[in-house]
Design a binder for this molecule. Structure first.
Ligand SMILES: [Zn+2]
Length: 55
């Protein structure tokens, strides 16, 4: 499946069996994108929360 990066509008390939909430990386701009909808396939920029998982 293909979706459009919401940041740079490049084509992003999404696995056929992906589900909502899955993360994909845009090959063009490197942004982490979250699958927010499957019908239609929609990507949004994933929140940067890595630092929140620490102690
Ligand atoms: Zn992009």
């Amino acid at each position: 499946m293909k979706a459009v990066c919401c940041v740079c509008e490049a084509d992003v390939t999404v696995p056929e069996d992906c589900c909502e909430g899955e993360l994909v990386i845009c090959p063009d701009c490197g942004t982490e994108l979250e699958v927010v909808s499957l019908e239609p396939l929609t990507l949004e920029e994933a929140p940067q929360v890595q630092e929140d998982w620490g102690e």
